[in-house]
Design a protein around this ligand. Structure first.
Ligand SMILES: Cc1cc2nc3c(=O)[nH]c(=O)nc-3n(C[C@H](O)[C@H](O)[C@H](O)COP(=O)(O)OP(=O)(O)OC[C@H]3O[C@@H](n4cnc5c(N)ncnc54)[C@H](O)[C@@H]3O)c2cc1C
Length: 293
């Protein structure tokens, strides 16, 4: 089945956009993992329409219920890749869905991996994009840093280039779906906590907390979850710093692909995310109608 709109993120920006697309009779699918910035907000007092403080959790719940009441469809899954052929292809570990338009409303990812020198070697052996850089590691010794399905997805993308891949979990508990067994079998695994990345100009080795060392040519970071940066690097979406660049209609540089909310680096507030979501939704409707004419 082809969706009109796929929305990645069920925070205020994503749900707000979906309210518009659904009410315009657009077949809409929203993906979200439940990790919204709002989960951490205990008391919200500055959002319009609530005379008493409301918790972030409650606001999110109300938003989701509002969308479901109007006929929106939601899947509690993490999107690990987006690509565009004639239509957009949006994949999780359980399947791939197609749509005419996509909105990225994934919020801001704040993960401090805490490995010394990680930043120093970015672009010099540390990569965030197997699609972009996998080719450079043909037949070489590569690593993937991560501990869940997202990391396995990246390792799978790397396998056509090299069979010498080690999954470094940095001491984190792993969490893999059952159907990933065949990928895991093709990888070596190192579960030791990492202290630092080492090398002269380029990454040469990993130094672990227990004092051991592992030499390698490069490592791909696929830590925790796929973020707007992951999608941007793979699809060539224009970014400024770590944020997606949009025009005033929330359009990115890729036709049919929109972004809204904290992932665009605006004033990080619910009202702004909801407003940008509404603008994105409105413009996606126009775009989809034209595509289907
Ligand atoms: C502690 C705290 C307190 C705050 N208090 C206030 C306040 O009082 N007032 C105010 O206006 N703002 C407040 N904010 C800011 C506000 O929470 C954000 O501006 C707002 O939530 C941004 O909405 P968003 O939809 O852009 O992103 P988010 O709300 O962060 O939602 C992102 C969504 O994307 C999903 N997602 C991410 N990656 C993927 C993926 N790969 N696949 C599928 N889904 C994915 C997540 O599951 C989530 O549903 C607070 C923030 C924090 C952290």
């Amino acid at each position: 089945m082809i969706y009109d709109a796929i929305i990645i993120g069920k925070g205020p920006a994503g749900i707000s956009a979906a309210l518009y697309t659904v009410r315009a009779n657009m077949k809409t699918l929203v993906f979200g993992t439940g990790k919204s910035a709002l989960d951490k907000a205990d008391k919200i007092e500055n959002y319009y329409g609530f005379s008493q403080p409301i918790s972030g959790e409650k606001l999110l719940e109300e938003g989701e219920n509002q969308l479901l009441r109007l006929g929106g469809e939601m899947r509690d899954e993490e999107v690990i890749s987006i690509s565009k052929e004639e239509l957009f292809q949006v994949s999780t570990t359980t399947g791939t869905w197609q749509s005419h338009a996509v909105l990225i409303a994934t919020g801001q990812k704040n993960v401090n991996i805490g490995i010394r020198n990680l930043k120093k070697f970015e672009g010099k052996g540390v990569s965030y994009c197997t699609t972009c850089d996998g080719f450079f590691y043909r037949g070489k010794k590569a690593g993937v840093l991560g501990f869940n399905d997202f990391a396995l997805h990246e390792a799978k993308e790397l396998l056509p280039f090299t069979k010498d891949i080690t999954l470094f979990t940095n001491g984190k508990a792993t969490s893999f779906s059952k159907d990933t067994e065949s990928i895991l079998q093709q990888l070596a695994m190192n579960e030791t906590p990492i202290r630092s990345f080492e090398g002269e100009e380029f990454l040469e080795k990993i130094l672990f907390e227990d004092g051991s060392v592992f030499s390698l040519d490069g490592i791909f970071i696929a830590y925790e979850s796929a973020s707007s940066t992951t999608f941007a690097l793979k699809m060539g979406i224009l970014m400024q710093d770590q944020y997606i660049v949009t025009d005033q209609n929330q359009r990115t540089n890729i036709d049919g692909l929109y972004a809204a909310g904290d992932c665009t680096g605006v004033f990080k507030q619910i009202s702004v995310a909801v407003g940008q979501g509404a603008i994105a939704g409105r413009n996606m409707i126009e775009y989809i109608r034209k595509q289907k004419q």
